[in-house]
Design a protein around this ligand. Structure first.
Ligand code: AHG
Ligand code: MN
Ligand code: MN
Length: 358
């Protein structure tokens, strides 16, 4: 096993050798994140025996009820990464405000942003969940991060990844040189490289969307899904399959494994929420991985990684996966905007007016 497999540590050290003079801080931070993920994997795997199922009976800043595991996973992320001197601050889905490590620990040169437990609605039903993380450079290395420091476009990420807690635990990441997947050997407690330079096929016959929101979708999304559903006899001339796990990590992992396209579009349910998924610690890291794997990631109107964030917990619409499908969906957005812009609901002053983001 050890002779013919690369460990995560070995992989990271070999990547670092491409950058002579690098301090090793990034690797240190990634390994601290990997440790948090292993600790979370352990608790997830114990299920009811680990006493972590069920609600914590409190809500986060997003107004969502937190599960016990959301809080536990958040704590593992903070404890495993705050002491090392690699970060100048952190943002978590579960914390209202950005987090500064306790004063006794040195400030580092990176910012860590994370969704400690993604797909919380799946915890109690024993379906795959995950953790998502994004690493940015701190504009003021060595000093406390300011809240505005996190508002960098996703194209500035130096590393992004996720852990998936499924039948096996995997860590999938990119440091800007392709997407690589590692599988946890639970006996050794070590991640081993099991897939290298993952590429997403440019076309697909599988889409993922929560169809229960259909009545709230914009015309472009209505059209795209309707055409898929018409199958072989419709304008796409092929039958489509559909999946919805309700765990972004699991959907991303499926698309990186066998292709597909995912949509969590903006809709008219709540005008204050342009989309459901959070830009900084869900959408940006996934978009980075998808582009690194040759796919596309869009708000429907623009490339995700170009969006300049305005708020650390901001939500945005998200379409990603097979390049040709994403381009088609973007095209439908620009076409239907032209066709419907004279209608009150979709025009420049309507509910679905075109705004710079999402
Ligand atoms: P989280 O558990 O971190 O709040 O994220 C859940 C997200 C995401 O993982 C998934 O794609 C989406 O919510 C599912 O939304 P619906 O419940 O609307 O299907
Ligand atoms: Mn999430
Ligand atoms: Mn979460």
């Amino acid at each position: 096993m050890l002779a013919d497999r690369t460990t995560l540590v070995q992989f990271l050290i070999e990547e670092r050798r491409r950058h002579p003079g690098s301090s090793g801080d990034l690797n240190g931070l990634i390994l601290d994140v990997a440790l948090a993920c292993k600790a979370i994997a352990n608790r997830v795997a114990a299920g009811a025996l680990g006493g972590v199922l069920g609600s914590a009976e409190q809500t986060n800043v997003q107004g969502e009820v937190q599960q016990k595991l959301d809080l536990l996973a958040n704590d593992y992320f903070l404890r495993s990464t705050e002491w090392g001197g690699h970060v100048a601050g952190m943002v978590s889905e579960e914390l209202d405000e950005p987090y500064l490590p306790p004063a006794e620990y040195p400030r580092g040169k990176y910012l860590l942003l994370f969704d400690p437990l993604d797909g919380s609605s799946n915890i109690d039903v024993n379906v795959s969940v995950g953790s998502i993380f994004s690493i940015l450079r701190a504009p003021q290395p060595g000093a406390d991060a300011d809240p505005g420091d996190y508002l960098q476009p996703g194209s500035q990420q130096v590393c992004a990844g996720y852990a998936i807690y499924g039948p096996s635990t995997m860590l999938v990441l990119s440091v800007g040189t392709g997407v690589h997947a590692f599988t946890l050997d639970p006996n050794l407690g070590e991640f081993f490289l099991t897939r290298q330079s993952i590429q997403i096929p440019s076309t697909t016959k599988e889409f993922a969307i929560n169809a229960s929101n259909q009545r709230f979708w914009e015309p472009a999304v209505q059209r795209y899904v309707e055409e898929c559903l018409k199958g072989r006899s419709g304008p796409r001339h092929k039958d489509y399959n559909m999946r919805w796990v309700a765990s972004l990590v699991a959907e991303t992992h499926r698309i990186l494994t066998r292709g597909g396209v995912f949509l969590y579009p903006r809709d008219s349910r709540d005008p204050a929420k342009p989309g459901k998924l959070r830009l900084l610690y869900e959408v940006n890291p996934v978009a980075y991985l998808i582009e690194q794997a040759g796919g596309a990631a869009s708000t429907g109107r623009q490339r995700v990684l170009d969006v300049v964030p305005s708020n650390v917990h901001q939500r945005i619409s998200f379409v990603f996966g097979a390049r040709e499908e994403v381009e088609r969906i973007e095209d439908y957005h620009s076409q239907t905007y032209e066709e419907t812009s004279s209608l009150p609901l979709y025009g420049t002053r309507g509910l679905f007016r075109t705004t710079p983001v999402g």
